[in-house]
Ligand binder design. Sequence first.
Ligand SMILES: [Zn+2]
Length: 397
Amino acid sequence: MGERRLNLHDQNDLTGFLRELVQIPSPSTREDPVAQRIVAEMTRLGFEDVHIDRMGSVVGRVGPGHGPVLMLNGHMDTVEVSAPECWDHPPYGAEIRDGTLFGIGACDMKGGLAAMIYGVKLLIDSGADLAGDIVVACVVQEEPSEGLGTRALIEDEGIRPDWVVLAEPTNLDVARGHRGRLEMRLTADGRAAHAACPDLGDNAIYTAARLVFGLELLSGQLGTDDFLGPGSLSVTAISSRACSRNAVPDQCEVIIDRRLTLGENEAKAIAEVQRVITREGVQARVEVTEYETTSYTGTTRRTRQCYPAWVIAEDHPLVAAAVQAVRTQLKVRPQVTRWSFSTEGAYTAGSARIPTVGFGPGEPNVAHTANEHVRLADVHSAAEVYAQLASILLGER
Ligand SMILES: [Zn+2]
């Protein structure tokens, strides 16, 4: 299979498109304007069936309409700008310095989004006669609830991918898994009393404090996996309830972020916390939290905040194809690695069991930081690798 190359004109168009994507704010649930821009670009480039689904995700397709389906998947939403004063470049400026584009979402993951769309453009322009379809999916609300958007595409829209390639940043390496994520709420119960007479009450904050110590101990005793590493547990928020600041609180909530390694699941994680409660002999309960959201289209969804870990075998044909595509295009052997964070793969691989790999431009540790950036040469290379990978998987007749 020959190399795929963007010409200078396409490179400039891809850069311009990426700059626009970064300049259009798209925090989770407010992806509408960026979705419209992507629809326009896909339509202009010759994608078929370009549309927005009920959740607000954009889908476009190329191919014969039958045969195996490759889904190129990315998310349109970004996190919010939390500390603008920490940025040396305006977060929505999309400034370019020495071939690097700065802005929120540049790395996570508008660089990957733009690259996958232009990778498919390469195939459209070359008149590639594919034996199956490429579906490009630009999904909503990945940041708060990874997999939510893709689940809707597969379970409601009836898209049936045989392979999924996630364009989240890998620094042009190949990712073949990540730990899962579980959010739990631990609620300690107490008894209210006037703070002037605390002996008449039972302070829920004191109960929660004992449990928090137990959780800190637990965090050092979690399961581990050779490839994904150990699971982890972090207490990330505490809040209490009382009728005034002169009252003993009758309830205290602790939020726990739990990263699940391979072999760990929701039942195991809940049971571990339950044992802490039992050991302390206190009144408390633990449950998985729910994420409820209304997307910009008005569709409301409720999701339990449980996202499984996943790994695809290193010798799986999809991993081999991704490695081959990188070698053909970049003349280097990519590292086959894992992500430290969670992605739509929690659903596609973890729940739906669809073979999934990750490949994208941008350094993973730059995501969610001030001065987020991506090298434009890497965005261009990623587009070429997506085209190559699609050719390998779908064959050209
Ligand atoms: Zn991301």
